[in-house]
Ligand binder design. Structure first.
Ligand SMILES: *Cc1c(COP(=O)(O)O)cnc(C)c1O
Length: 422
């Protein structure tokens, strides 16, 4: 099936239950068992079924099945937020004494999580140069458990050479994890390029209207076989004492998501509410249409900015002048580059004045909303980074980031034009 069709139909049979066209919201904490044997079988994984909404929920099940298919994976697991998804992805493979290798261009929350918070759990993050991956190999050792990067990074809007990262990850048998939030499942599918795990903050383009927080992880086919023999990830192939000696690789269910569900969701519990799953299901239905329009609008705005004297630099990889233009053409559907773009003006003061003068753009630290948003990364999303970290992350104090919405681009351009004149 093609993506538009998957996003509308996968994972839900409207002939079951009451035949509702809308996926029902199963708003429940727990589920009644038929009898004590049924309960025992569910806990022993002899039979699969819902036990408690912290672990699974029928509404969330639909979103997981739909997303897994959309990204070309075999399983998915929803979490309360994108941040929770990333924490689980790392905690699922690394423990104290291990390290992970991360891109130098990441979302601010991912930088603080991976370089500061996870360090308190004894996991070290080593940073690779994403522009050419030149130091990536030299950072990998026996204790490296993951390579993490964003396909299209927020807010730098850089595209990683996914083929190069994947070939190095495969050479060393290290899992690759790709945050595909900004590129979206519509423009890019990391698994089709050999990535092992895909992550999304579904709060952004999946939702599409800024109405719910959520996260998801998607696993590629074949990881169970990989874990069976991999010397790096023995906790998948040796007994889990917290689950009466369960060996994950003995269970014929996608192991990466299974272990998160049975241990991390069970114990840490950042699970998604059924209502948010339902909102995200509504959003996913129109993802294809929206991402096309976000991308087309952003390109028009980027071309306008490029022609304006007050603009020093426009960062949008669908522009021919952009350093990652070839990568956008190679990896992204029709060379489109989603709705995120940034530009530099002459100074911090000028950036502030423009942000305070626009009327259609809302000053919001979010992306992927149907309404256009404007932010100043240095003083907001990236304000917890020190000056060296800011420079390393490519954030200039005169950079303005736009998340282009679904308005008519003529109105957006007129609004920016007016702000430039003031
Ligand atoms: C927003 C965002 C996150 C974090 O997701 P939340 O749902 O806000 O927790 C992670 N990665 C990227 C690229 C994001 O834009």
């Amino acid at each position: 099936m093609e993506k538009e069709t998957i996003a509308l139909h996968a994972g839900y049979d409207n002939k079951a239950g009451f035949g509702t066209m809308s996926v029902p919201i199963t708003q429940t904490t727990a589920y009644a068992f038929r009898d004590s044997e049924h309960a025992a079988n569910l806990f022993a994984l002899k039979e699969l079924g819902p036990i408690y909404t912290r672990l699974t929920n029928p509404t969330t099940d639909v979103l997981e099945a739909r997303y897994a298919q959309l990204e070309g994976g075999v399983a998915a697991i929803c979490t309360a937020s994108g941040q929770a998804a990333l924490f689980y992805a790392i905690a699922n493979v690394a423990e104290a004494g291990d390290n992970i290798v991360i891109s130098d261009k990441l979302y601010g929350g991912s930088v603080t999580l991976l370089t500061h918070t996870i360090k308190r759990f004894g996991i070290e993050a080593r940073v690779f140069k994403s522009s050419d991956c030149s130091n990536l190999e030299s950072l990998i050792d026996d204790k490296t458990k993951a390579i993490f990067f964003e396909s299209l990074s927020n807010p730098q809007i850089a595209i990683v050479d996914v083929e190069k990262v994947v070939s190095i990850a495969k050479k060393y048998g290290v899992l690759s994890i790709c945050d595909n939030t900004v590129a979206t499942a519509s423009l890019f599918n990391p698994i089709s390029w050999g990535v092992d795990i895909v992550m999304h903050s579904t709060s952004k383009y999946t939702n599409g209207q800024g109405t719910a927080i959520g996260g998801i992880l998607i696993e590629r086919e074949g990881l169970n076989e990989f874990f069976k023999t991999s010397p790096r990830y023995t906790h998948f192939s040796t007994p889990d004492e917290s689950y009466h000696g369960l060996v994950y690789t003995d269970i014929p269910l996608p192991n990466f998501c299974l272990r998160i569900r049975l241990s991390l969701l069970r114990d840490i519990g950042a699970s998604q509410s059924p209502f948010n799953s339902w909102l995200l299901i509504q959003g996913l239905e129109t993802l294809e249409l929206r991402v096309q329009k976000h991308s087309d609008n952003a390109l028009e705005v980027a071309k306008f900015l490029e022609s304006n004297d007050k603009v020093v630099f426009v960062n949008y990889p669908a522009l021919k002048s952009h350093g990652d233009y070839d990568k956008a053409q190679k990896y992204f559907k029709d060379g489109k580059a989603s709705g995120l773009l940034s530009f530099d003006v002459g100074s911090y003061e000028e950036a502030k004045k423009i942000i305070d003068s626009v009327e259609l753009f809302s000053v919001v630290v979010n992306i992927g909303d149907s309404k256009s948003l404007i932010t100043h990364p240095a003083s907001t999303t990236h304000s917890q980074m020190n000056p060296e970290e800011l420079i390393a992350a490519g954030i200039n104090p005169a950079t303005i980031r736009l998340s282009i919405g679904l308005e008519n681009p003529k109105d957006l351009i007129a609004d920016l034009e007016k702000a430039f004149r003031l």
